[in-house]
Design a protein around this ligand. Sequence first.
Ligand code: G6P
Length: 369
Amino acid sequence: TAAEKGGYEHFMLKEIHEQPKAIRDTLTGRISEDGERVILKELNWTPEQAGAIDRIHIVACGTSWHAGLVGKTVIEKLTRIPVDVEIASEYRYRDPIVSENTLVIVISQSGETLDTLTALRESKQRGVRVLAITNVLGSSVNREADNTIITMAGPEIAVASTKAYTTQVIALYLFACYLAQERGSEGAHQIPDILAGLKGLPELAQKVLQTAPAIEQFARKYADKEDAFFIGRGLDYAVALEGSLKLKEISYIHAEAYAAGELKHGTLALITEGVPVIALVTQDELYEKTVSNIVEVKARDAYVLALTWQGDTAIQKNADEVITIPRTLPFLAPVLAVIPLQLLAYYASVARGNDVDKPRNLAKSVTVE
Ligand code: G6P
């Protein structure tokens, strides 16, 4: 009903706007008062347990898998533990190499996705410790995992996941900091800065929501296109994958995400006049590299929407349109950068007259194989 949608036209739009609160709620109680330490009472690992982990497998489906891709970079950077991110329906059938020192992290908004749950059960049978990140207290994944970090997104109704994704990513930042802290990793000195950055995100996410009118305009202009490309490097590539999935799911526009440097190995052949390319440029160390890829697609007359930091005026030379997000650590950019992409998918879906909250052929939670 209209009341349930809190005045928004669709659940998805409501949930996009709930992200500042969802992020804040997921952080609440998990950062020490002095801002120096992560508190994850739900883990309570001994330093020995935390120290013994020598390999991590993140297992999930769909949008949760995309959150896992961000998690890999974040955990590896802070702890230097090798992390593999796997699609649950692949992982469960491929006899993964694990030992008693492996940690499996399953990520599932619903906590009921069958492939993810099966991967969890099989990991436990192999004697592997399983940490769940889920939005639903009391879900199967929550009940069966050794430990759970609950994301505090609140109920997510729209099939296309938005606030669950951002809170999963927040949970992964917290976990990465926790692990580095308990292991005394070299990366642990960055924890206070990261925690300060995390605390700032709800307010910044609120600001990013103000890009909605500009995004809506762009979405209307391009709603009749049949293809779109998302490019980025590093964490921007992980976010590009999520942006592309969002657009496919609800607007039915064929979209592809490409690691920007990989374009020239095939996909560049598809870039012709007027093809929309959404380029993410939030990873400062890779800025020049991604800009060179923007120049490549512009040379083929693509229409480029660049997503960059506020204050980046140089990008205007190369992009047709620019959407900005307020400054935070590049490491935390995914949480902000995904929001305009969610809005883009939303407005494209609305412009095409689709059933935004219930896209064709898809289900919120896939509890069958
Ligand atoms: C379905 C939903 C996706 C979701 C995926 C995994 O396909 O449509 O939005 O990302 O399942 O769901 P989970 O509840 O395990 O995160």
